[in-house]
Design a binder for this molecule. Structure first.
Ligand SMILES: [Fe+2]
Length: 134
């Protein structure tokens, strides 16, 4: 089973944010392991609920950091958070999809974390490093 460790290139340098990113990835890894061991959808649901709670907490932390740093792209970044949360929360109520495909769920969750780190959090990290030098 592949374990996702955040490589140097995906670290923001902010200890709390990096720790939260790794926690989210490790939780998805444990969900992937459960799926590989044949876990059914009802067994996945509590893990998904935990993931949503951690993601909400993580986004709140990031938004606080952005406000503290007067980050100029705060509004856009926050809008992405809201969109991603909506995308993940959709899986909690799969009434329109009687049998959600766990593999698709896992791919979605990995993408939510990894793509967001790369596309939105690394520019924030770059900004924070530049500010720290001023
Ligand atoms: Fe973010």
């Amino acid at each position: 089973m592949e374990r996702h460790e955040l490589g140097e290139e995906l670290l923001t340098g902010h200890p709390l944010i990096d720790h939260q990113h790794q926690t989210l990835l490790s939780l998805i890894d444990s969900m992937a392991e459960a799926v590989a061991n044949g876990a059914s959808w009802p067994l996945m649901l509590p893990r998904l609920q935990l993931f949503v709670r951690l993601l909400e907490e993580h986004f709140r932390s990031e938004e606080q950091v952005m406000r503290e740093q007067y980050y100029p792209d705060y509004a856009e970044h926050r809008a992405v958070h809201q969109h991603l949360l909506q995308q993940v929360r959709h899986w909690l109520h799969p009434s329109s999809e009687p049998t959600p495909d766990p593999q698709t769920l896992l791919e979605t969750l990995y993408a939510v974390v990894l793509r967001h780190v790369e596309e939105e959090d690394l520019p924030l990290a770059f900004f924070m490093r530049r500010q720290a030098r001023c």
